[in-house]
Design a protein around this ligand. Structure first.
Ligand code: ANZ
Length: 950
């Protein structure tokens, strides 16, 4: 290969080669940096610029920013970054002020784990990784406004992450106004008596601790003792979203247990309805919207209170989506963590208890305790798995069905979750599959309350039908359909004061603290009463202290009875401080948890807008300019946000939530952070495994007759992820070295539709390299380096090829169909190659402009060689002349009595009828006929019309 190259280079010293690409690319990258080519002006502030550019329509194009891992980038990572770059470049060339930049999401577990393994400080390793990634990214020629880049670990940045936390802490959700408001306004209502203080006492009578407790029930950021996901193996608690389907930590794959620990939470549930409703106006993939809807999980139903036999004060409140089935509720279930259990468990088993209900225990208390212990080790998902054997134990107590008056046994079973509804259910085996299975296993009665179709037996019926077996002296549902029955029974329950219609959400509040070092410190201190105070803005950023030991305290992964220990708590000098928070110097203790790594990505789109602002989160006019609501974008937001579909819930939901809080509090004009979301596919790679199933280095594999060998031994090929662990990573650096960044960019864009996953194939990259070589040859003489284009008009066929390409590429660019855009450019380029002879300047220039978004370096070079002194980046994208875009025409001969009288240029697809009408209306034909009538017309579309006059 290298020998061939050198031979070619001597014969054609000005050929486009990898060496030439390297030279061109480095030169233009330096030029762009020096000129600030990609700087987008703001309407005001330190990044203000040319008012004429600001006056253009804006385009804010954004990528999901990378986590700077130590492994660096492989060719799969930049797929989205290249795509947004191509799109942004096209937008720039079609008259937009384009904001495109990239920052780094740099707090989080991997850096910390790496630091613990190697003994380097996480800041040191993270910053080194960022530098390395910047070098890799710069090589790709991405047109970023580098003035706007930052990392979430920069104190200038996390000052504002902490500031937003304080805003959230200092606000509450006013249900009536349906928005967040400052907490001071709530306090004023308590003080004036306009709102009753929970508990009924006067605000002035409460101690500061009592007041803090009351306010904690309202604040949008609050500490609570709710059961959380505790992961001893990682030494930290985790959000629900970070726990896998089988109850393990997404990171590290350690067991996760439920434990009661005091932790910070974000009241995202207050926004459940708005998070749901506002999805409608967003331009997002339906699949992602659906995942968010499911995660939020809105269910309409009812709460129903059940009395407990022999415990006058006790009520079991259930949430049900099927109140119409109440007559069929033959037992009840409490989640193992339910708070009522201990107070209703009797000392002895009641008379006549069935053996299989007791779990073999001597007393109900023992049975319940043993069952709870076992349930603790299972994840919510495991507990809910369909058709898993139903387990449970009897509490020894009975509840009373409020419509039938029947005594129904109360069980504890893990298929009911504490975190959903009320943590208690009425079980209706006749209409619910899980209840049916449980009833069969525990020999409980089954009463159908909806008429199943004929022949339906042996299983629950969950479909629609008329109500049956559903009447008492006061109310009958019989004969009503499900919807009618629900309405009727709900009204009846409300009337009796034992139930009401409610809406329940699956969404839980967001657990917001982690027991880590490498995260944003909370801007919170506690006074000697234990009351939490937010730090004033003047004390922000609260920087991470330098500590000797930043490793988390981890435990035996299986030991549920451990307690987290925060690394920051080991630093007494930092923890214990004297501060003046407005009422004189006092001693405080700092919060020693840190924020989860999601915090930094909850608002980064705003920092790109006004990256150096130290006075304000973002200047309002700048925020409105780039993010504000517009026609077609009623909630405002980033114009295009590109990233992987794996962020369907966590990041996108959290960022939407913060955005809404900031909107409510008047800090931003956009209600939503991201108007249009696009998920790029994955670049997959072949994995080769030896006989034991271990991956072998992909580049060492040989192919023979469709079989694959490594070191002479057969290996199996499969498609998988790209990465170090599967020994199949290809780096952009390798491809850039071998072909240049422009070839890499083209190849990644040409592989297939952007949203589809595709296998990487290094051998195919050369195809795009050849395209660029032919492009070069159409403009530059490989032997002399002279530009070969000529003045003068191209021929008709070339004009057609050119304008068709312009038309198609323009549409493809706007719709992000970059693969088909490349196909059209290739076609045009091949046309020019085939035509032979020098290309006309006007065609060559427009071809270069078409290529510019995709392969900016070679385009910039050719543009310069074609005699231009300004950058190709800000040229107008070519516009197609519609006259040349329409299909080509064919010549139709019109004969009268066999003699040619006219020639018509017609579409090749014209019909006989259209052609006949056209011919008879033609002036020459009308003249030749001279008013004579017509006996017959013979039409052979599209080429011939023969008229026989009368
Ligand atoms: C009686 C009933 C009868 C129910 C019937 C369903 C069908 P979604 O739609 O997901 O909101 N449920 C309530 N809380 C639960 C908990 N903490 N753990 C497990 N299951 C729980 O589901 C609501 C239904 O799931 C509720 O309606 C309840 O069972 C059950 F024919 O009540 B149903």
């Amino acid at each position: 290969m290298s020998e061939m190259n050198s031979a070619a280079e001597t014969a054609a010293p000005h050929r486009y080669t990898a060496a030439m690409a390297a030279d061109i690319e480095a030169r233009w990258q330096d030029f762009w940096d020096a000129e600030g080519t990609y700087q987008a002006p703001n309407p005001s502030g330190d990044l203000a610029g040319d008012p004429a550019v600001v006056a253009r329509p804006k385009k804010f194009v954004m990528d999901m920013f990378p986590y700077p891992s130590g492994a660096g980038l492989h060719v799969g990572h930049p797929l989205g970054y290249i795509a947004t770059d191509v799109f942004a470049r096209h937008q720039r060339m079609t008259g937009h002020n384009v904001l495109h930049t990239l920052g780094f999401d740099a707090f989080g577990l991997p850096a910390e784990q790496y630091a613990v393994q190697t003994g380097t400080h996480p800041r040191v390793s993270t910053e080194a990784n960022i530098e390395n990634m910047k070098v890799q990214l710069r090589r790709l020629g991405l047109g970023h406004d580098n003035r706007r880049s930052f990392a979430t670990i920069d104190p200038d940045y996390y000052k504002w992450t902490q500031w937003i936390f304080v805003q959230i802490f200092n606000s509450w959700y006013d249900q009536e106004a349906d928005r967040a408001r400052p907490i001071d306004e709530l306090v004023a209502q308590f003080e004036s008596g306009a709102r009753e203080v929970p508990g009924g006492r006067a605000w002035s009578e409460l101690s500061s601790l009592e007041r803090a407790d009351v306010l904690g029930g309202y604040r949008l950021a609050y500490a609570s003792d709710a059961p959380v996901n505790w992961c001893p193996g990682l030494g930290t608690v985790l959000a629900n979203e970070e726990v896998t389907a089988d109850g393990r930590s997404e990171r590290g794959n350690f067991p996760v247990f439920k434990a009661k620990l005091r932790q910070w939470n974000m009241r995202i549930t207050a926004y459940a309805d708005r998070l749901l409703d506002d999805l409608d106006a967003l331009d997002w993939p339906e699949a992602i919207k659906l995942q968010q809807r499911n995660w939020i999980g809105r269910s309409e139903g009812a709460r129903v209170d059940f009395a407990v036999d022999g415990h006058d004060a006790a009520r079991i409140t259930v949430f049900t989506t099927r109140p119409d089935t109440l007559f069929g509720a033959t037992y009840m279930v409490l989640a193992p963590e339910h708070g009522l259990i201990d107070s209703i468990v009797p000392a002895e088993w009641p008379e006549g208890v069935k053996a299989e209900w007791t779990g073999g225990a001597a007393t109900p208390a023992e049975a319940v305790a043993a069952y709870r212990k076992q349930a603790q080790t299972k994840s919510d998902v495991e507990r809910q798995t369909e058709h898993k054997d139903k387990t449970g134990v009897f509490t020894g107590s009975y509840a009373v069905n409020p419509v039938t008056g029947a005594r129904i046994p109360v069980f504890v079973a893990d298929y009911v979750l504490m975190g959903y509804g009320t943590g208690a259910i009425m079980a209706v085996p006749g209409q619910d599959e899980r209840d049916w299975e449980f009833a069969e296993a525990f020999e409980l009665p089954i009463i159908r309350t909806v008429q199943p179709p004929e022949g339906w037996e042996g299983e629950a019926f969950t479909g629609q039908g008329p109500a049956i077996n559903s009447a008492n002296d006061e109310i009958s549902l019989n004969g009503l359909d499900v919807t009618e029955a629900k309405a009727k029974i709900t009204a009846w329950l409300a009337d009796k004061g034992i139930g009401e219609g409610t809406v329940n959400f699956r969404l839980r509040d967001w657990l917001f603290s982690r027991q880590r070092y490498w995260g944003e410190p909370f801007p919170i201190v506690y006074d000697e009463d234990g009351v939490a105070h937010a730090l004033p803005e003047s004390m922000l950023p609260l920087e991470l202290p330098e500590v000797d030991d930043y490793s988390p305290r981890t435990f035996d992964p299986d030991d549920a009875d451990t307690q987290p220990e925060t690394p920051l708590s080991r630093n007494e000098d930092w923890v214990s401080v004297e501060l003046d928070l407005g009422d004189g110097p006092k001693r405080y203790r700092r919060e020693t948890n840190t924020m989860p790594n999601w915090a930094g990505s909850c608002w980064y789109e705003l920092r790109y807008l006004d990256p150096h602002n130290s006075e304000q989160l973002v200047a309002p006019d700048i925020e409105q300019y780039w993010m504000g609501p517009r026609e077609g974008q009623p909630h405002g937001g980033v114009d295009l946000y590109v990233g992987g579909a794996e962020h369907a819930v966590l990041h996108l939901l959290y960022a939407r939530f913060w955005s809404k809080v900031l909107f409510d509090l008047g800090h931003v004009s956009s209600v939503e952070p991201f108007h249009k979301l696009y998920n790029q596919g994955m670049i997959q790679a072949y994995v080769y495994r030896d006989e034991r199933g271990f991956p072998v280095t992909a580049t060492e594999v040989e192919e023979r007759d469709g079989k694959f060998f490594h070191d002479g031994l057969p290996v199996k090929r499969e498609l998988g992820k790209m990465g170090k662990s599967l020994k199949n990573a290809v780096t952009p650096d390798e491809i850039c070295a071998e072909y240049g960044a422009d070839t890499l960019r083209l190849y990644e864009m040409a592989m297939g539709p952007l949203d589809v996953s595709r296998p990487w194939d290094t051998r195919a990259v050369v195809g795009q390299y050849r395209l660029l070589q032919r492009l070069w040859r159409n403009v530059v003489d490989e032997a002399t380096g002279e530009v070969t284009v000529v003045d003068g008009e191209p021929d008709e066929a070339t004009l057609r090829a050119l304008h068709k390409a312009i038309d198609g590429v323009s549409q493809d660019m706007s719709a992000m169909r970059f693969n088909t855009a490349i196909a059209k450019i290739t076609e045009l380029n091949n046309h020019l190659t085939k035509t032979g002879g020098p290309v006309s300047r006007s065609v060559a220039e427009r071809l270069v402009l078409l290529v510019a978004p995709l392969a900016p370096h070679i385009a910039e070079e050719l543009w310069r060689r074609l005699g231009h002194t300004d950058s190709v980046v800000h040229q107008d994208f070519p516009v197609a002349d519609p006259a040349y875009v329409v299909d080509e025409t064919v010549t139709c001969v019109v004969q009268i009595k066999g003699k040619v009288k006219a020639r018509l240029e017609v579409s090749p697809s014209i019909t006989d009828e259209e052609l006949e009408a056209l011919a008879l209306g033609d002036a020459a034909v009308v003249g030749a006929l001279g008013g004579a009538g017509i006996r017959k017309v013979i039409v052979r579309a599209p080429k011939l019309v023969n008229i026989v006059p009368a």
